[in-house]
Design a protein around this ligand. Structure first.
Ligand SMILES: [Cu+2]
Length: 486
């Protein structure tokens, strides 16, 4: 077997390099002209010429090398090669195949994973294979390096790829490295077809924000709920729609509300297209039973007794979990203390989460989630929604806001501009209570991913107050809302 040649990165290099060179040159020229006058300018231009000549020579070297590869790879006699291929979470074995040009591959593909997978090479593709299923995939005669991959959402980005490298007939040179993972640098990992946020765009006229009001606990102490997993195209920011994996058709999913000691019977029904599951942080149970992944068409009953008060995250826990959370599979369970909480004028729930846009109308871009490049950060699933449709209160109103930071990656530094919190309850304990002997106040409730709590405050006078995460790169991506006191 011939050795794999290194990836060919010269293809996109020269343009980028010369653009950078132009910028550097003109910047150097400007700077030096300012400092040194005309004599300096002449010297600088001479230097710039040397740099430019160097760049051209470097380009010639790379492109020359590139041409040599393509010129010397000739044609080969048709051959057939049979290979056993294994699929699992999230890999393909073998991950690399080196073949001669004009080879037809006969791949005996077995799904050895615990989820459904497939394998696509060029125009040929296996059916979706359940765990344990096999399929023999015959490719067309391979003419150029190609990347095979699993087409299920997120699986390619999670690592389910097989690089098929064509060896040149006469000298063994590779013809380059295909696929989305080629090249070095972070930019090469982001799909250029991903939707982008326009921070100046406005939603359609008549936009209505999701009502953040916490509904009262339903009657009784046993709460029977059905969560249908539904794939649904949802607008996340003005002009940006994503194919969200939802619980009951919304992102975040429904807020559940009960008291300590209440029982929740949640029937999870998978009406989606891939496997999903649910994990209630408000419960204590083994993950291999209640949190197991169910396939489309299946359902499971997840019952738990709420033992502790607080706001608790729930989310799909099917691998890759990052992708399932990034694509909208989360919500909050609010458990009041057994004896309730003091009355307030307004009680809201804010679920903070990030979105990593895939192409318009498609699922989240897992690569961006892995890199931590969030496109939008929202309260209750829509960019700046309480700026577009503010919360209305009266001067002097006392407000409680429950905040659950579902992440998946970012912290929340929850702050309400113009107020101080006199009450902060976070992760099972009061940090601050009214009339405390220290006369303390708080400005921020800091929440790591999955942490939750509530704050209470009063709006002192007429005007506008803003809820934000004080991590301002995230605030500028949509984690802002307005409260108007009248
Ligand atoms: Cu899921």
């Amino acid at each position: 077997m011939t050795e794999q040649t290194p990836p060919n990165e010269a293809g996109t290099g020269p343009d980028l390099d010369t653009t950078g060179e132009d910028e550097v040159r003109s910047r150097q020229r400007r700077k030096l002209r300012d400092r040194m006058g005309d004599v300096g300018l002449i010297a600088t231009m001479a230097f710039a010429t040397i740099v430019a000549v160097g760049a051209v020579l470097a380009w010639a070297f790379f492109t020359g090398d590139n041409n040599k590869s393509s010129l010397t790879s000739g044609s080969s006699a048709p051959t057939t090669k049979t290979v056993d291929v294994s699929l699992g979470e999230f890999w393909v074995k073998p991950a690399t195949l080196n073949v001669a040009k004009n080879t037809t591959l006969v791949l005996n593909v077995t799904n050895n994973g615990s989820q459904a997978h497939d394998l696509k090479i060029g125009t040929k593709q296996t059916p979706t294979l359940k765990p344990g299923e096999k399929f023999t995939l015959k490719t067309t005669a391979i003419q150029a390096t190609v990347q095979g991959f699993c087409t299920l959402p997120g699986h390619r980005a999670a690592g389910m790829v097989m690089d098929i490298n064509v060896q040149g007939a006469s000298d063994g040179s590779g013809a380059g490295h295909g696929g989305q993972a080629s090249g070095s640098g972070i930019g090469s990992k982001i799909d250029p077809s991903d939707a982008t946020l326009d921070p100046s765009a406005k939603p359609a006229a008549g936009f209505k924000a999701a009502d953040p009001t916490l509904k009262p606990v339903p009657g009784g102490t046993v709460h029977d709920v059905t969560f249908d997993v539904i794939d649904k195209e949802i607008e996340i920011a003005p002009g940006v729609k994503q194919m969200i994996w939802t619980f009951n058709g919304t992102v975040p999913g429904p807020v559940l509300h009960g008291h300590v000691g209440d029982v929740f019977n949640v029937k999870l029904v998978n009406k989606g297209t891939i496997g999903h599951s649910i994990d209630f942080h408000a419960s204590q149970t083994s993950m291999d039973q209640d949190m197991r992944t169910i396939q489309p068409g299946e359902s499971l009953m997840y019952s738990f007794k709420a033992e502790h008060s607080g706001i608790w995250m729930y989310h799909c826990g099917t691998a890759p979990v990052l992708h399932h959370i990034a694509n909208g599979m989360y919500g909050a369970v609010v458990i009041d203390p057994a004896d309730g909480l003091a009355p307030v004028n307004h009680e809201y729930v804010m679920v903070q989460s990030e979105f990593y846009f895939g192409p318009q109308g498609k699922e989240a871009d897992l690569n961006k989630a892995l890199l931590g490049f969030q496109d939008a950060v929202t309260f209750n699933g829509y960019f700046n929604q309480y700026v577009f449709d503010p919360l209305k209160v009266k001067v002097g109103d006392r407000i409680r806001i429950w905040v659950e930071n579902v992440g998946p990656n970012e912290i929340s530094a929850f702050h309400v501009v113009g107020t101080q919190f006199d009450t902060v309850f976070k992760e099972g304990a009061y940090i601050l209570r009214p009339n405390n002997p220290e006369a303390g106040g708080a400005q921020v409730m800091g929440l790591m991913p999955a942490e939750g709590g509530f704050v209470e405050f009063t709006v002192p006078k007429k005007g506008m107050y803003a809820l934000v995460t004080h991590k301002f790169n995230d605030a500028s991506r949509g984690a802002v809302g307005h409260i108007i006191a009248e």
